[in-house]
Design a protein around this ligand. Structure first.
Ligand code: NI
Ligand code: MN
Length: 227
């Protein structure tokens, strides 16, 4: 039992719940930090937070090989269907759905969502997972927003937060996010993939743990934590 979370670098995480594998934002091809390839990675469900190439990534290829069900907003659902995928589940912001392994709800995110070919990708989102008694909030790409407080009211065991700056929250705003969400544990993501988003996660961990009761667990690409 328990929930195992593996960081594949950037925003890509694998969440394993009793043998079911949930893969979020699988940007592996072209990602200099990726510890697995799109040909190797396992998935029963793929979650896509928004249309940018570093999040849609290898979704189509992985879904075709594994037969995974892809979950995204309605606009990206339509785009994925046009790419030939058939096992798709559309949701949208504020909406939750009970899957066999647990619940997933789409949250707001402040960002863009154009797809790689320029198609309209709707609004970007984050994900709130509730599985095996644990709540995991994956903020995906976003700036800081005060409604993170509402997400925190659900009681978050693990918050997966971008700290890279430039395209998303940086270290200062991600620290403010921790104060709004009040999670037990934090996994920093979306940093060091490229020079533009270089950050010192160890220094950020020290700051967060000095100023909040949360624990921060930076992982190396391919490493896991268990809830
Ligand atoms: Ni993005
Ligand atoms: Mn991104």
């Amino acid at each position: 039992m328990g929930v195992k979370v593996t960081w594949y670098s950037h925003a890509c995480v694998l969440i394993e719940v009793d043998g079911t594998r949930l893969l979020v934002d699988p940007f592996l091809t072209g990602n200099p930090l990726a510890p697995v390839t799109a040909d190797q990675v396992a998935a029963d469900f793929v979650f896509v937070s928004h249309g940018h190439g570093d999040h849609v990534g290898d979704t189509v290829k992985i879904a075709q090989r594994t037969g995974a069900t892809v979950v995204s907003n309605f606009e990206i659902y339509n785009w994925l269907a046009a790419q030939g995928l058939t096992k798709l589940h559309p949701q949208h912001i504020g909406g939750g759905f009970d899957y066999p392994w647990g619940r997933a709800k789409l949250t707001i995110a402040h960002h863009g969502s154009a797809l790689p070919d320029g198609s309209y990708g709707g609004n970007p989102c984050g994900f709130l997972f509730h599985a095996a008694g644990k709540k995991i909030y994956h903020a995906c790409d976003t700036g800081l927003f005060y409604d993170m407080k509402l997400i925190g009211e659900e009681g978050i065991d693990l918050a997966i937060l971008p700290i890279g700056d430039n395209f998303t929250m940086g270290p200062d705003d991600a620290l403010r996010a921790v104060k709004l969400i009040e999670p037990a544990l934090v996994l920093p993501i979306h940093y060091n993939t490229f020079d533009l988003i270089k950050q010192d996660a160890i220094a950020w961990k020290a700051r967060v743990e000095r100023e909040t009761p949360a624990h921060v667990m930076p992982l190396k690409p391919g490493e896991s934590l268990t809830l």
